[in-house]
Design a protein around this ligand. Structure first.
Ligand SMILES: Cc1cc2nc3c(=O)[nH]c(=O)nc-3n(C[C@H](O)[C@H](O)[C@H](O)COP(=O)(O)OP(=O)(O)OC[C@H]3O[C@@H](n4cnc5c(N)ncnc54)[C@H](O)[C@@H]3O)c2cc1C
Length: 369
């Protein structure tokens, strides 16, 4: 542990992606951390849980820049460097958690204009980006031999990666306990400067950091939830080395390989705060698109269907609000694993009162979210 000259007593509200990461990085800097979580560190699928558990774990700066802006690309490039550095700090990191093998975009012959459209948008949003490659049918088969041979054109986005996120969250919770972070599970809280309010009453800290995702809606009136649904399937018939996105005029599907022959297929994006189970329509769309990637998926077993809400502001970009004794970080939308390193490092700079602003667009002048 890198002991600080001025260690602080810090409370963190929310043990999803941001809260867990901040607890870890601040504890490694020598601060005393208490982490409050409304649910459990290892929740089961029957309870409301962090969006971090539903996410597919893609770290996709190019694909996400096309649907947002160039800042997302820059913060995403930072993430691709930071994730492997952070993972090296995990003592139990025996299994590989992070992969930088790029991602593959394919389209059926009748939808190939979707690939051209993607490429023009990418060149418009990130003109400096050269790290992608147009692929022929043979290139696609060489990269991913188990995909259906019907794909004639594709794009390889070299500057993308993916993380085995559930395994990472599990390892990180073990590490927090090993580092003596005080974890208070099943404790929903409200936050204000230097104070945490729970059923146990008010508790004082030097600093409170609010990472409650959608749970902060009581405080951040402009925060909204965006519904996303995923399918998890298992099959030993297919091996993929990297995430594959199917470009389609109506919906975009991705498949991300996970440990033990599992795949996550996602994700719908619906303007609704409904957390109820996956609809029949979504499961049919996700399942049939998956089948067209390779008929061998027909024999895959559906082992889980998941729904969650992405915490988002109106512009779908993350924000950090700071006032004395309170920092709020939220709005990671569909870019949690992609943008968390930038958000976390900027929060760490705020805690250290470091004048060096890494990502100025993240910092907001007032809590108007
Ligand atoms: C279907 C889907 C797919 C996704 N795929 C990707 C992907 O491939 N790549 C990517 O980068 N991002 C992805 N995301 C986005 C990512 O999951 C989120 O951006 C990220 O989890 C947000 O992190 P967070 O810490 O702000 O919130 P969360 O991870 O939701 O964590 C918030 C935590 O706060 C706790 N909490 C809430 N209220 C309280 C309270 N009152 N007191 C105490 N604790 C409280 C919650 O229980 C939870 O544990 C996906 C999201 C979804 C839904």
């Amino acid at each position: 542990m890198n002991t600080q000259t001025n260690p602080q007593q810090i409370a963190i509200a929310g043990a999803g992606l941001l809260g867990r990461l901040l607890a870890w990085r601040l504890r490694l800097l020598g601060h005393e951390i208490t982490l409050f979580e409304a649910g459990k560190l290892q929740p089961d699928s029957n309870t409301t849980r962090a969006a971090a558990f539903t996410a597919a774990g893609m770290i996709a700066p190019l694909s996400e820049a096309v649907v947002s802006d160039a800042n997302v690309y820059r913060m995403g490039q930072f993430a691709l460097q930071r994730w492997p550095e952070w993972l090296n700090d995990l003592p139990y990191n025996k299994t590989e958690l992070f992969f930088a093998k790029g991602s593959l975009l394919v389209a059926h012959p009748q939808d190939e204009s979707e690939l051209q459209q993607f490429e023009s948008e990418l060149n418009f949003v990130v003109p400096e980006c050269r790290n992608y490659q147009r692929l022929s049918s043979r290139d696609i088969q060489n990269l991913e031999p188990d995909l259906s041979p019907q794909f004639m054109r594709g794009l390889l986005l070299q500057e993308e990666g993916h993380l085995h996120n559930r395994e990472f969250l599990q390892q990180l919770s073990n590490e927090l306990l090993r580092l003596d972070v005080k974890v208070r599970e099943n404790t929903p809280v409200e936050t204000e400067p230097q104070t945490i309010h729970s059923d146990a009453g008010a508790e004082k800290f030097d600093l409170v950091i609010d990472c409650r995702g959608l749970g902060a809606k009581t405080q951040l009136k402009k925060l909204r939830g965006v519904r996303g649904e995923t399918l998890h399937v298992e099959t030993s018939e297919i091996h993929l080395h990297r995430p594959v996105r199917l470009m389609h005029p109506r919906y975009q599907l991705y498949v991300v390989p996970k440990p033990n022959n599992r795949f996550i297929i996602g994700a719908t994006q619906i303007e609704s705060e409904d957390r109820s189970p996956v609809t029949l329509q979504s499961s049919l769309e996700l399942g049939s698109a998956l089948y067209t990637l390779s008929p061998a998926f027909a024999e895959a077993r559906i082992i889980e269907m998941d729904t969650n809400l992405r915490p988002a502001f109106m512009d779908n970009l993350p924000k950090i609000f700071c006032k004395p004794g309170l920092i709020i970080a939220n709005g990671l939308f569909r870019h949690g694993y992609l943008l968390a390193p930038a958000v976390v490092e900027q929060v760490l700079a705020q805690v250290a009162c470091n004048q060096h602003i890494l990502f100025p667009d993240l910092l907001q002048a007032s809590i108007s979210g």
